[in-house]
Design a protein around this ligand. Structure first.
Ligand code: NAD
Ligand code: IPM
Ligand code: MN
Length: 360
């Protein structure tokens, strides 16, 4: 089969990790007889430097016409880059928000899974890790604080800034349905995370999620406040199966969840709409501090490519082949520096990609 993939390498380590993911996809294509055709699209800082905006209409159109999108990361050193002191819609991250909204990618799926062989890279004690944990964060991606009205003004000589958090019943219902559908294929537990002791939007969230839960009697629904969830993730991560939450809480909790899998360089993600279309990207950012050094961990991006094969193309055995290859490389003791441990073999970005390819 032929597949059209729009690739967005982006900024910082983006080009290095996307290159490795493409290499792995090409190996899968060779072995299983598929053709992955890539079209590179500019987004983020590189698009600002080239076209003056973080995402052009043409770039969005190319993404729309593709079968799926593979993204590295966008953005510079926040607070200290030429892309920082500009209007909100001209920042690199605005390109990412625009493509998520433009493609209606309201459900962001972020699996946090501890590979047995990475227990040494997990900062939690062995008694907490037990025989490992395996959870999925379902993060709402096109609503909430990220997309509310925002402005900065001066009132009576004092500068003030406003960000608004809006959620509609419809936005909550569709992402809740995704979470329950995912839970049905797993351990059948949804933990819905909110701040219903303070926020109106969280109260509506809790009400709508409870309504959706009625259609899934086999799934256990638990509600948890976000501050408690942040604590429970390090105290007892094994209690979680599917965590369902709004945009900002999901952003923060998924970085926390990534670290207990060993590193943010391990956490893949899929951003989905109602159809089979998706944008696949690691959960981490452009890591400007390590860009260009061939030390970034490409595994989150490679596992995101595996999610693309599974979700958008229904290529399950091909996705399994990538995941098995990652497992083998880790079992053989190869590590990028972020997951490095005593007596392991340290490799760079390119070598990690090659090792994974060789095992497919
Ligand atoms: P970051 O995720 O880029 O980096 C945080 C820390 O994790 C850094 O120390 C970095 O070196 C490390 N790290 C990240 N990915 C790694 C990998 N694959 N291998 C090894 N180490 C890795 O977050 P940040 O520093 O807060 O943000 C940097 C830029 O990235 C900002 O401009 C931010 O807006 C942007 N960002 C983009 C995305 C995206 O495009 N999806 C996501 C998050 C942040
Ligand atoms: C992520 C990132 C983005 C987000 C930023 C870069 C806008 O942190 O994908 O997790 O907050 O969604
Ligand atoms: Mn984030």
């Amino acid at each position: 089969m032929e597949y059209r993939i729009a690739t967005i390498s982006g900024d910082g380590i983006g080009p290095e990790i996307v290159r490795e993911a493409k290499k792995v996809l090409d190996k899968v294509g060779q072995k299983y007889g598929h053709n992955f055709n890539y079209e590179e699209v500019l987004m983020g800082g590189i698009s600002i430097d080239t076209y003056g905006v973080p995402l052009t209409d043409e770039a969005l159109e190319t993404a729309k016409k593709s079968d799926a999108v593979l993204l590295g990361a966008v953005g510079g050193n926040v607070g200290n880059s030429r892309w920082y002191d500009v209007a909100p819609n001209l920042r690199p991250e605005a390109g990412l928000l625009a493509i998520r909204k433009g493609l209606n990618l309201f459900a962001n799926i972020r699996p946090a899974y501890l590979y047995n062989d990475l227990a040494g890279a997990c900062p939690l004690k062995q008694e907490i890790i037990g025989d490992g944990f395996d959870m999925v964060i379902v993060r709402e991606l096109t609503g909430g604080l990220y997309f509310g009205e925002r402005h900065t003004e001066t009132v009576n000589g004092v500068e003030q800034a406003t960000d608004t958090l809006v959620y509609s019943e419809k936005e909550i219902r569709r992402v809740a349905i995704k979470a329950f559908e995912i839970a049905m294929k797993r351990k059948k537990k949804v933990t819905s995370v909110d701040k219903a002791n303070v926020l109106d939007s969280s109260r509506l969230w809790r009400k709508v999620v409870a309504e959706v839960a009625k259609d899934y009697p086999e799934v256990t629904l638990e509600n948890m406040l976000v501050d408690n969830c942040a604590m429970q993730l390090v105290m007892n991560p094994r209690q979680f199966d599917v965590i369902l939450t709004e945009n900002m809480f999901g952003d923060i909790l998924s970085d926390e969840a990534s670290m207990i899998t060993g590193s943010i360089g391990m956490l893949s993600s899929a951003s989905l709409n109602e159809s089979k279309f998706g944008l696949y990207e690691p959960s981490h950012g452009s890591a400007p501090d390590i860009a260009g050094k061939d030390i970034a961990n490409p595994i989150a991006t490679i596992l995101s490519a595996a999610m693309m094969l599974r979700f958008s193309f229904d290529l399950d055995k091909e996705a399994d082949a990538i995941e098995d290859a990652v497992r083998k490389v880790l079992a053989e003791g190869y590590r990028t520096v972020d997951i490095m441990d005593e007596d392991k073999k340290q490799v760079g970005t390119t070598e990690m990609g090659n090792l994974i390819c060789d095992r497919i």
